[in-house]
Design a protein around this ligand. Structure first.
Ligand code: CU
Ligand code: CU
Length: 288
């Protein structure tokens, strides 16, 4: 039977404790750092060579759907009552709301070096030492809302702007695509600074610290954020019943995107699945 992923603001004290305990155990076993490494390995950008499976690409959504599922499986091997909660950042919009409480993810970092000092993932607790980072820092960092130069999380209207686009993705299928649900949600905009960070990308920026780069998985909020992004994809699918993942077929040899993106029925590395096989996961989980 399908299990349910819940809004993080509705979890009971026991549910929060069990989620945290399972996360710390995945970390203790060394499995967590493999997730961080894998995300770093798949952090290929437009300007680089090779296949883009995870970012700036149509398969951004199925890749992260499968990635969150993998962490969830690791958590459920430890405690099968646990699922990955989602953080609805259109509703919980401050540095003190869910999920930034001491009984869950802890709060923002201290002023000097942005080190997270509260909650179960604070370095001093001894359970969350960063070993796979883009810097040598051993501790988790955050700068919620970017205290010195603040900006807001994406709004409900920003999400609606993406959800109402009935086309999954369009040429040129990268970070410069101006139409299509995928990039409107992934959030590569035009111009410079805060106004160019939309939806998914803007949330990474708002959390700051570890969430800024390829090692963003080091902050456990990564999973809560991507569970919500995944929920938004599900909402889009429900709203546009006849729409599907695009492109349907791989771009030909004449295209700049030849060999760089994953078409609907092509293998989505590193898994033996395709974007099509990941379009319907209703037998595995649903959102409550
Ligand atoms: Cu990612
Ligand atoms: Cu992300």
């Amino acid at each position: 039977m399908a299990y349910t992923r819940r809004d993080v603001s509705t979890l009971t004290a026991t549910e929060k404790r069990r989620f945290v305990r399972a996360m710390l155990e995945v970390k203790r076993r060394g499995e967590y750092d493999e997730f961080v490494r894998m995300h770093l390995d798949y952090y290929t950008a437009d300007g680089e060579e090779g296949l883009r499976a995870a970012h700036m690409t149509p398969s951004f959504l199925p890749w992260h759907r499968r990635f969150v599922l993998e962490l969830e499986r690791a958590l459920r091997r430890i405690d099968d009552s646990v699922t990955v909660p989602y953080w609805d950042w259109t509703r919980d919009r401050t540095a003190h709301s869910a999920p930034w409480t001491d009984d869950l993810l802890g709060g923002t970092g201290r002023r000097t070096d942005h080190q997270v000092m509260t909650g179960p993932f604070a370095y001093a607790g001894g359970d969350w030492t960063i070993s796979e980072g883009v810097t040598d820092g051993l501790f988790l960092t955050r700068d919620l809302g970017r205290a010195r130069n603040p900006f807001d999380l994406p709004s409900r209207a920003d999400v609606e702007w993406a959800l109402k686009d009935g086309t999954y993705d369009t040429s040129p299928w990268d970070s410069t695509a101006r139409k299509g649900f995928r990039n409107k949600l992934e959030g590569w905009g035009t111009g410079h600074g805060t106004s160019s960070w939309l939806n998914h990308n803007r949330v990474h920026r708002w959390v700051g610290g570890a969430m800024l780069g390829g090692a963003s998985v080091n902050d456990p909020v990564f999973w809560l954020h991507h569970a919500f992004v995944d929920l938004l994809w599900t909402r889009w699918q429900n709203r546009h019943r006849d729409a599907h993942y695009l492109p349907e077929r791989p771009p030909g040899p004449g295209s700049a995107q030849h060999g760089r993106i994953v078409a609907r029925r092509q293998k989505l590395p590193p898994w033996d699945e395709t974007p099509q096989s990941l379009e319907d996961v209703s037998r595995i989980y649903r959102y409550g």
